[in-house]
Design a protein around this ligand. Structure first.
Ligand code: TTP
Ligand code: MG
Length: 356
């Protein structure tokens, strides 16, 4: 068995993301053709897609296709907030994560999947949990690499999941599909392929890697050769500097009493702190996030002069941030994040003797 087969990767992609958030927050939009955008369509509800409306189309053109179309302006901050919640959950299940955009990402679940009854069970639980937290649906794919996970999440979209356990299953699934099922094969490349009478994926298996490179260029040819065989060695890109490490919790029964808040804060801190330490990071910024039961939310941060991982200092800062707020409303969510992360080993090597 090669290493490729040993990994288990989950990919999630929110359904109709911007539109779904808008519908969630204004249920009178449900079941109607809506798009989110000002002059360009960012996304369309499934009802609007039935008219042929899609992302990147002009709103003018979209309205011609569906005169009853409802146009909702973009609220990036709101989608960012939801993305943050989702990413918090994903970071809880795995330390190897990569977020491709607001609504899409990968998690390496190799280490934890064996403690669940099955991949199918895990995918369902993941979707349920996302819905519980955000009241939004997503689609999930589980594969043995990033490519197959991403393609799996498309299979039962929306509100579904699918699993590729190995290359045999993958090839069996895609061989009779059209070539544009492959991510990255756009209209232009599809036309080039069709000119050469490659219509279905199965038409490509008889071509050797060398021939493919000759026909389509080295990198594109090699990529195509691998992709149709379910081969992808790309790694999860965990970008440490742009991400923070932390933890948050949503409470079914909002917290009111001081001792309840302290207890929860303690637990969240411990979890977040353990993650910081296990990654061997020190941090420069500490962030406290609080969401109230009336949905108002606040995010407060403090940045230190010198990065630290001293628990006492980190905890004290969090408590100070909380106390400054004079909270009187019930709390629905508490979160603690450590940002501006620096690898501890690098920090030690970076000591500048001139400055001591
Ligand atoms: P996608 O995941 O591509 O689309 P989607 O979530 O709207 O729909 P699907 O159910 O098919 O996954 O993109 C995520 C969000 O990113 C989308 O809701 C709006 C935004 N977006 C843009 O702003 N511009 C674009 O061109 C695209 C494709 C998406
Ligand atoms: Mg999406």
């Amino acid at each position: 068995m090669n290493t490729m087969r040993n990994k288990i990767i989950l990919h999630y992609d929110m359904d109709c993301f911007f539109a779904a958030v808008e519908i969630r927050d204004n249920p009178s939009l449900a079941g109607k053709p809506i798009i989110v955008g000002e002059s360009i369509v960012t996304t369309a509800s499934y009802e609007a897609r039935k008219f042929g409306i899609h992302s990147a189309m002009s709103v003018y053109e979209a309205k011609k296709l569906c005169p009853k179309l409802i146009v909702v302006p973009v609220s990036k901050d709101k989608y960012g907030e939801v993305a943050y919640q989702i990413q918090g959950l994903v970071q809880k299940i795995s330390e190897q994560v990569e977020f491709l955009s607001f609504d899409e990402g990968f998690a390496d679940i190799t280490e934890i999947i064996n403690s669940f009854p099955s991949k199918d069970y895990f995918a369902q639980k993941f979707r349920d949990r996302i819905f519980e937290i955000t009241k939004l649906s997503c689609s999930v794919g589980i594969g043995y690499n990033k490519l197959t996970a991403k393609m799996a999440s498309e299979v039962n979209k929306p509100q579904g999941h699918f699993i590729f356990n190995n290359p045999e299953e993958f090839v069996d699934f895609i061989k009779n599909k059209k070539i544009n099922i492959i991510p990255g094969v756009g209209k232009k490349f599809q036309e080039i392929l069709e000119e050469k009478s490659f219509i279905k994926i199965s038409d490509l298996y008889k071509i050797t890697a060398r021939e493919m490179c000759r026909m389509f260029g080295n990198s594109r040819g090699a990529l195509l050769y691998n992709v149709i065989r379910g081969i992808d060695h790309s790694r999860i890109e965990f970008d440490r500097m742009t991400q923070s490490i932390g933890n948050e919790n949503t409470f079914k029964n909002p917290l009111i009493l001081e001792e309840e808040i302290d207890k929860e804060l303690d637990e969240i801190f411990q979890f977040a702190y353990n993650r910081l330490i296990s990654h061997e990071f020190i941090c420069k910024t500490v962030t406290l996030k609080v969401k109230f039961s009336d949905m108002e939310s606040i995010t407060r941060s403090k940045t230190f002069q010198i990065p630290t991982d001293v628990p006492y200092k980190l905890k004290k800062t969090i408590i100070e941030l909380l106390e400054k707020e004079h909270i009187e409303k019930p709390i629905r969510l508490l979160g603690i994040y450590f940002g501006n992360l620096i690898e501890k080993s690098k920090r030690q090597l970076n000591i500048d003797f001139n400055k001591i």
